[in-house]
Design a binder for this molecule. Structure first.
Ligand SMILES: CC(=O)N[C@H](C=O)[C@@H](O)[C@H](O)[C@H](O)COP(=O)(O)O
Length: 227
């Protein structure tokens, strides 16, 4: 997989298409339709979860697909082991997103070992989902192709619905320390203005999930706004 994919993502809006366990839209065909609709709107890449969704979306869109496999809700749940990462590549992901925190993983590998072992058997790019600047430092040292602020709002819970905006502080700190590294702003980018500010703060690309592809959350924001 060439680094031209990373170049292609410069300045791109990446749309994350995910439905959570038990939700009405949790179906690969539904996610593929949403991904294609986002591509038509100008998405430069799609981020998606689960092997069936990755395969369905890879078959529907032409832009690069960032794949991950979530398992569980606690600790490391975004592509937690080498096996999960290899399966994402087999399902068609151009880039595999992996939790890059230093918390223990089910297979005992560190993030760096996971990346090294993945690279030894697959031709793929790696996106490091980080919570802190230390995670970003470790991810850079491990040779991640992209680092992202994905987990900065807390590593304990899957809740991207709160309207408190992206972590521009972490983004700026990462861009300052690693000016040559593609740093992605992800997490709680809820408006075009948020996305613009992220770009101005140095983001290589910006990921938007909930605000584009999670109608239950978007609806609740409006309902709340009308109270
Ligand atoms: C923390 C976590 O598990 N984040 C997940 C990572 O894939 C997704 O649930 C988010 O939707 C994605 O990061 C995009 O963020 P937002 O939905 O806030 O635009």
């Amino acid at each position: 997989m060439s680094s031209s994919v990373i170049e292609q993502l410069k300045g791109a809006l990446i749309v994350s298409c995910q439905a959570y366990v038990g939700e009405p839209m949790r179906h690969p065909e539904t996610m593929a339709q949403i991904a294609r609709a986002a591509e038509l709107g100008g998405a430069g890449a799609i981020r998606c979860q689960g092997l069936a969704d990755i395969a369905a979306i890879k078959g529907r869109v032409e832009v690069p697909v960032i794949g991950l496999w979530k398992e569980g809700h606690e600790g490391v749940y975004i592509t937690p082991t080498l096996r999960h990462a290899m399966a994402c590549v087999s399902a068609g992901a151009d880039i595999v997103a992996i939790d890059a925190t230093d918390r223990p993983r089910p297979d005992g590998r560190t993030f760096a070992q996971t990346v090294a072992d993945l690279r030894s058997c697959c031709d793929t790019l790696v996106m490091a989902d980080c919570a802190t600047l230390d995670d970003i430092r470790r991810a850079a040292a491990a040779g991640a192709d992209l680092v992202s602020t994905t987990l900065s709002h807390g590593v304990a819970a899957i809740d991207c619905t709160a309207a408190d905006g992206p972590d521009l502080e972490l983004l700026r700190a990462a861009c300052r320390e690693f000016p040559a590294m593609p740093v992605v702003c992800e997490g709680r980018v809820h408006s075009p203005q948020d996305a613009r500010e992220a770009r101005e703060a140095g983001a290589w690309a910006v990921v938007v999930g909930t605000a584009i592809t999670h109608p239950t959350s978007i609806t609740s924001w409006f309902v709340e706004g009308m109270r």
